[in-house]
Design a protein around this ligand. Sequence first.
Ligand code: SF4
Length: 386
Amino acid sequence: MAQKKKPLSIYIHIPFCARKCLYCDFASGPGDANQIAYYMRVLQKEIRSFSAISTLYQVQTVFFGGGTPSFVAPHYIEQLLQLLRSQFDLAADAEISLEANPGTLDEEKLNTYRRAGVNRLSLGLQSVHEEDLKCLGRIHSYEDFLYGYRIARRAGFRHINVDLMSGLPRQSLASWQESLAKVADLEPEHISAYSLIVEEGTPFYEQYGEGLGRLALPGEELDREMYHFTKEFLASRGYQRYEISNYAKPGYACRHNMTYWTLGDFLGFGQAAASYLERRRFSNPEGIEEYWQAARTSYQRFRQTPISSEKEQMEEYMFLGLRTARGVSREDFKKRFGKDFPPRYDERLLDFYRQGLMVQEKGRITLTDRGIDVSNVILAQFLLEE
Ligand code: SF4
């Protein structure tokens, strides 16, 4: 009898953008036509180098992220999908997502993506207010986004995500509410609502990271008010929160991201791409030239990476699972590790139930709304001692 193939998700990093946004610390930046062409050749080689294991898996989701995948000519996306189909068993109903910057879309690109099999589009809007978009250094206007959204629907995209960002400099609750309402009126299937994190090394950090600049950012209380409003408002519009920052209409949770949060197998190709495969966690170099050098040996590096320790796997199971509205369960844990929660987890859980920060219902353990407000502190309590 043929052996059942294991599910796999594939992430492909396209690191090029028209211009660097002022808050961005992702592995991304501008690139000319020669650099893009060279990068694509390296990427294809890296994908081919995994052919030895490709027959063991069926690919359930593909995610083109970046950077700005919609910045490069669409035939590159088409070629990469053709290559994935020839190298891997890509499920007929695979979720194939592509991140797009609204300032880079046209009908031809969108039609090419559809023909190539892309069936989920993620649009990085961030805010409906021009002053916010300028402040963030985005290349697009709200009008550009509306145009991109319209032509994406016309091209046949039935699963669209819109990214929004709260906690922006000088943002008020009313302006955040307006962004949410305008986006919800369009009825995308999925909305991601992240809080801005001012990362060191970005122009934003120099301006808002320290000293008086910080005063321009909404305080903790307003940030939480925005978060609670988001959940209630989006629920009233038919969106369920299924992860701390992600909301979807029923049946439209992002399957690719769920792979990350449920410790499923995924392979990342491209600069800075991370993978988790056969309980080994490994990443490509952050720098583009370092990646060019290392891509030739990605498969060997995967083989040589030690399997994560049981302690690391248990911690990750809790950290990642508790981010989701489904939470974690004793039964899943037992199935995965062949044993019960360690005593430290039981102690912590009891303590958090008592404080109203976590609940256990129908065998599943989740953070309450109050627990989400302090999730960083709670999750750190699930670290295990050596
Ligand atoms: S478009 Fe995205 S990846 Fe590119 S610079 Fe802006 S935030 Fe970073």
